[in-house]
Design a protein around this ligand. Structure first.
Ligand code: ASP
Length: 315
């Protein structure tokens, strides 16, 4: 039995600044992050699995319009919501993922189903939806994902794209609205680590674009011997750097500890190529890293040692 158990979550990294937020909104984020942490932690406390904790924590955020996942998923260029999710268990390196789905209420549940009930690791689009439905996952009308605020964000970007008058403003708008992915990593009493990530991707994405979140090794990875990790940020860069696996590899091959490896990855390797974002990670001792190279990252942790933290901004 592991003495330490812990959960760490994120709700996306990006241009998250106190001055851009009302106190009410700040409070809503803090409350939802706390709720998600507490739900996951309660499962671990009762001896439940890291996988159950991760799915429950992520589902809580997916059901909230505050985050770019599930209910609050951003819009594609074609004004749809296409979601991606992945989950990985560090014990046997089992993994499941779905990409580009528009009717699955909780994409993280479908990712888990792929891991547990299919012979595959990643399913996409209509096939993934069919598989989810056959296995009694909750299917919703795509209108469930309509969110006025997200829709307006898309229109703003599309309008400035059309006029091309202010390209830098356009880029800034995309940067401001593309973040908000959710993720969770947990260590249970049996010493097992699970990591999961769920996202709507990036506002205005085109041509069936898939980001790093559902790609094992890029946005999501877990290995009991090293760490569990969930990334958030500009997905293309995290894919190119195979970021999540890179963290595990730095620990395994270079014997760098979790905190140093995570800081090096986000503040040095990712930053050098313009990869905006951050990650949450946890190792078998319950050490936790939450680095980000953006202005802020919605994040929180809860450990059996009594440590509890919920933060939005740099400090
Ligand atoms: N990484 C996600 C993607 O590129 C977006 C995010 O984390 O905000 O799809």
């Amino acid at each position: 039995m592991n003495e330490i158990f812990a959960i760490v979550i994120h709700g996306g990294a990006g241009n998250i600044l106190k001055e851009n937020m009302t106190p009410e909104l700040e409070k809503s984020y803090e409350e939802k992050l706390s709720e998600s942490l507490n739900i996951g932690y309660a499962i671990l406390e009762k001896g439940g699995s890291a996988t159950d904790a991760v799915v429950a924590a992520i589902k809580t955020m997916e059901n909230s319009p505050l985050f770019n996942a599930g209910k609050g998923a951003v819009f594609t260029h074609n004004e749809k919501n296409e979601m991606d999710a992945a989950i990985m268990e560090g014990k046997e390196l089992n993994a499941g993922a779905i990409a580009g789905v528009s009717t699955i209420k909780n994409p993280i549940e479908a990712a888990r189903l792929v891991m547990e009930k299919s012979q595959h690791v990643m399913l996409s689009g209509k096939g993934a939806e069919e598989f989810a439905e056959l296995n009694n996952i909750e299917i919703v009308n795509p209108t469930y994902f309509f969110d006025e605020k997200r829709y307006l964000q898309l229109q703003k970007i599309k309008n400035s794209e059309k006029t091309q008058l202010d390209h830098s403003q356009n880029e800034q708008d995309e940067k401001d609205t593309k973040f908000g992915t959710v993720g969770a990593v947990a260590l249970d009493k049996n010493g097992n680590i699970t990591a999961g990530t769920s996202t709507g991707g990036m506002t205005n994405k085109k041509y069936g674009r898939i980001g790093d979140s559902p790609i094992v090794g890029a946005g999501t990875y877990a290995n009991n011997n090293t760490c569990g990790v969930s990334c958030t940020g500009h997905g293309e860069y995290f894919i190119r750097k195979v970021a999540a696996y890179d963290l595990s590899a730095l620990m395994a091959y270079k014997e760098i500890n979790l905190i140093d490896a995570a800081n090096y990855l986000i503040h040095d390797k990712m930053k050098k190529i313009g990869g905006d974002g951050g990650l949450i990670a946890l190792d078998k001792y319950g050490n936790i890293a939450m680095p980000f190279n953006t202005f802020g990252m919605f994040r929180g942790l809860k450990k059996s040692t009594g440590e509890l933290e919920v933060k939005l901004f740099m400090e």
